[in-house]
Design a protein around this ligand. Structure first.
Ligand code: DAH
Length: 339
């Protein structure tokens, strides 16, 4: 039996020498150590041995088992090291290859200008509010002192979802929405998309963007309005710019005005850009109408405020010298990548 065990060991070592993959190793393990393996068969036969022989053969059998196990473990380790080497060889990186260049986009001119305006106003302590584009007639018109038959509605014809729901024509409704849930002091701007049923041309689009501004507190005057908007204009267009306020009419402000800035092309002398005026209109503004404050539950005897609204497209077009609004919405990469 001893010879048999030695033969098994010799066979096993020989087999393992040539086992050079995982499958061959597993087969060898089964062949020698498995339940139906050769060594197991010998151990099963040990019952037939005499009491003196049994421990001796048992010892030898154990040694043989241990040697085979160790030899399988060694072979397994050798194999995995070899596999790792192979993989490293195969997957070698050439770090000298030039990398792939990622195309990095940039902000749309409207977004760039919007970000700039938001920076200027948040720098002055304004917070930013947003609201729905599909708006109740109440917020878009009624609460802004523009009742059903008011002629101001004619200049802001829009798309009606139903009798009482419209695509908003102006961001001014955000004044109402904001005042409904926020007590003064209020300093907010509300940028967003607005709609009007205008035909598309170089200066009109049925979809465009506005920024609304609202300040309400005790003791706010026209002086605050002028000072704030002048600072804003200078931050946006440079310290040399001059502003001018012209009386105007908006139903939700009283008094109302339009603010012009000196033409940045001619500096105020008059040129084709400003149609000889020397000034260019950039926004509408005014002191919040007492009726509007009252509608929002704010006592006009205690509080006053000013509001303003400006068109983003116009500002972007001036900033980038774009002469046709349609270009801003066509999303032609060749055009947009210039800015
Ligand atoms: N909502 C006005 C428009 O679309 C612009 C405007 C004018 C907004 C005066 C205001 C304001 O807040 O005070 O023509």
């Amino acid at each position: 039996m001893k010879e048999l065990l030695e033969k098994i060991l010799a066979d096993a070592l020989e087999t393992l020498k040539t086992a050079d993959n995982a499958e061959a190793l597993e087969n060898a393990r089964l062949k020698f150590l498995g339940k139906k393996g050769e060594l197991t068969a010998v151990l099963r036969g040990m019952g037939a041995l005499s009491a003196e022989e049994r421990p001796i053969i048992g010892n030898i059998a154990n040694e043989v088992r241990q040697k085979i196990e160790k030899s399988i473990a060694d072979a397994t380790e050798k194999l995995s090291r070899k596999e790792l080497e192979h993989r490293l060889e195969r997957e070698r990186l050439d770090v000298t290859l030039p990398g792939k260049k990622a195309d990095i986009g940039k902000k749309h001119p409207l977004t760039a200008v919007l970000d700039e305006l938001c920076d200027i106003f948040t720098g002055m302590g304004f917070s930013i509010a947003t609201g729905p584009e599909v708006e109740l007639d109440y917020y878009n018109f009624e609460a802004l002192n523009i009742p059903k038959e008011h002629p101001a509605r004619d200049t802001q014809d829009t798309f009606y979802i139903s009798d009482n729901v419209v695509l908003r024509t102006q961001t001014s409704g955000m004044q109402i929405r904001f005042m409904e849930h926020t007590k003064p002091p209020i300093r907010m701007i509300a940028p967003g998309r607005v709609y009007r049923s205008d035909a598309v041309d170089a200066t009109h689009s049925p979809v465009f963007h506005q920024i609304e501004g609202l300040v309400v507190d005790k003791g706010i005057t026209m002086g605050d309005l002028k000072g704030t908007l002048e600072v804003f204009a200078k931050r946006l267009y440079g310290e040399d710019i001059k502003v001018r306020f012209r009386p105007h009419h908006f139903p939700f402000t009283e008094p109302s005005a339009e603010m012009d800035i000196t033409c940045f092309k001619c500096g105020g002398k008059g040129c084709p850009m400003c149609k000889g005026e020397g000034f260019i209109e950039i926004l509408g503004c005014g002191m919040v109408h007492p009726k509007v404050l009252k509608t929002c539950g704010i006592d006009p005897e205690v509080y006053s405020g000013f509001a303003f609204g400006l068109g983003l497209e116009r500002i972007a077009m001036r900033r980038y010298k774009i002469d046709d609004m349609r270009l801003l919405f066509e999303n032609d990469i060749r055009f947009l990548s210039q800015f």
